[in-house]
Design a protein around this ligand. Structure first.
Ligand code: XMP
Length: 518
């Protein structure tokens, strides 16, 4: 197995992701934990030293133990990791700026050109004798450690790619793991080949490892899990159930704001296929009662968030001996909360989540997906046998249909919305577009318009169709349906859904719009 020593870079997890893509098993450990004894016990077959925010020119800055260099295994140092290697092995690093420009600092895109000598790490890497990379450094290596030679340079990093080929030590100034180093994966591929890995590790192996970790953490205690029917909480629940069986109880809170047949589908799937103990908390009367007459979006969100926590807590309290709360937290949630916490950002919407519950209820967290990205969670879900129709589902917001029903929420509007949404999604599926679209839904507008059907006048609700493409929900563009598709869908909705006589298509991107209407 491969050890990634984490010196605190924002993108360390991406290294692990690249390696998982290459079917290599790796573990990330913070440098503080990597002692001589740890290394002996872990016995890595190769190591990667990550980047980090500190400067090696500072006394007491993060270092690996000296024995790391004596294990006789290949090491790849990245950015701060490169500088650590140089300094530790007898070279020199200059700069001393932790961040900010000036001098030889370099942030952003750069181009590396090869030197004359060939290096296995760079096999099939350079295109047109130069290659785009992503730099983010204040310090730079100013003198190579003995045994190292230069194999690539950039205008501001004369030692962009260096190696001691006798010891299989490689050290690069840029970040091969990020998207902006388009061919970075090739470097990892070459590195692991040099380290003798065969690349036979799979999501099946991840599943086994995750199950072992859950068992170790939980012991014989009880775990509760809020199940929404979304991909993340579903995969987390199935995985944890596989690990600890009936020590897991799921709570599915039905707030009366779900889509057509959603509650039955979710509850049915978990009870019938997985036999997971599941409390179906039908609290629609409570939620719809409290939302009665409320039309301000933030107040809706706050009411739903508060009730959700109360209801979850009420049902969870009934589970004796629960000490853990399971959550489907993904890696992007972890990075966002680290890098953006405390920032002066404005609240656009009060997102609904169950954060705060663990402290309030005195529970510890089980988060088996913390290291994964969304597509990896989907792969794990497939590995666990979750049906594809479930795994590929579009995201659905915690406050549900409440935020797709601008203005006052009534049972009548919710019924209309459910039917129209079902027709719309059916159309999208029939035309084979579901997987091309990041999210699609109908919003029922708080406005009635006049129409004519048959020989009669109608005075019914208007609705808006929304469909967007996106990578992460942070930005989005509207989906370019054909006019034929839009026309056919509008006709079907008006014919099949009583209460709607006008259909519009929302062509706002995000920003300036948001994906949901509230
Ligand atoms: P917006 O509307 O902010 O939505 O552009 C971005 C993504 O987040 C989803 N969304 C939520 N998800 N709780 C959630 O779990 C919420 O309160 C919430 N509000 C919006 C939205 O569906 C879209 O995918």
């Amino acid at each position: 197995r491969l050890l990634i020593v984490d010196f605190g870079s924002q993108v360390t997890q991406l290294i692990a992701r690249r390696l998982r893509e290459l079917n290599i098993y790796c573990e990330i450990h913070p440098y503080q934990n990597v002692s001589d004894a740890f290394l002996k016990e872990f016995a890595p077959k190769a190591m990667i030293f990550s980047g980090g925010p500190d400067t090696v020119t500072r006394e007491g800055s993060p270092r690996p133990p000296e024995s790391a260099y004596k294990l006789g295994v290949p090491i790849l140092g990245i950015c701060y990791g490169q500088q650590v290697m140089m300094q530790d092995l007898g070279g020199k690093v200059e700069g001393g700026k932790i961040s900010g420009g000036g001098g030889t600092a370099e942030f952003g895109r750069a181009f590396v050109t090869p030197t004359d000598e060939k290096l296995g790490l760079l096999d099939d890497w350079f295109a047109d004798d130069k290659e785009q990379v992503w730099m983010s450094h204040g310090d730079h290596v100013s003198e190579l450690a003995p045994g190292f030679r230069v194999f690539g340079t950039s205008p501001n990093a004369p030692y962009a790619i260096t190696a001691d080929t006798d010891r299989n030590f490689y050290a690069v100034q840029f970040h091969p793991e990020v998207h902006h180093t388009p061919n970075g994966k090739k470097l990892y591929e070459n590195f692991i080949r040099a380290a003798g890995f065969t690349g036979d590790w799979t999501m099946g192996a991840y599943r086994e490892e995750a199950i072992r970790k859950i068992r170790d953490q939980v012991g014989d205690k009880q775990v509760i899990c809020g199940l929404s029917g979304g991909v993340d909480s579903s995969v987390a629940a199935v995985l944890i159930h596989e690990a600890i069986g009936d020590q897991l109880t799921c709570v599915f809170v039905d707030h009366g704001l779900l889509r057509q047949n959603e509650a039955d589908e979710v509850v049915g799937m978990f009870r019938d296929n997985y036999n997971i103990p599941l409390i179906h908390a039908d609290e629609s009367e409570l939620f719809l009662g409290e939302l009665n007459g409320v039309s301000e979006p933030e107040i809706k969100r706050k009411i739903i968030g508060r009730l959700f926590i109360d209801v979850f807590q009420k049902h969870a309290n009934a589970i004796e001996g629960a000490e853990f709360l399971a959550q489907g937290t993904l890696y992007p949630d972890v990075i966002e909360s680290v890098s953006f916490s405390g920032g002066p950002s404005v609240t656009i919407k009060s997102h609904h989540n169950v954060g705060g519950l663990p402290e309030k209820m005195g529970l510890k967290l089980v988060e088996p997906l913390r290291e994964l990205f969304k597509d990896e969670v989907r792969a794990l879900g497939r590995e666990l046998g979750l049906p594809d129709s479930f795994i590929g589902r579009h995201p659905f917001p915690g406050p549900g249909l409440a935020i797709r029903c601008p203005g006052e929420i009534t049972r009548e509007k919710l019924e209309i919305l459910r039917k129209a949404d079902a027709v719309y999604i059916d159309q999208i599926r029939k035309h084979g577009l579901y997987d091309d679209i990041w999210q699609a839904f109908v919003a029922v507008l708080p406005v009635r318009t006049v129409g004519v059907m048959g020989d009669g006048r109608t005075y019914d609700f208007a609705c808006a169709l929304r469909a967007v493409t996106s990578v992460d929900g942070m930005t989005a563009d509207y989906y370019p349906f054909s006019h034929e598709f839009l026309g056919e869908t509008a006709t079907r909705i008006i014919n099949e859904v009583q209460g709607i006589n006008r259909v519009t298509y929302d062509i706002t991107s995000k920003p300036p719009g948001t994906i949901e209407w509230e």
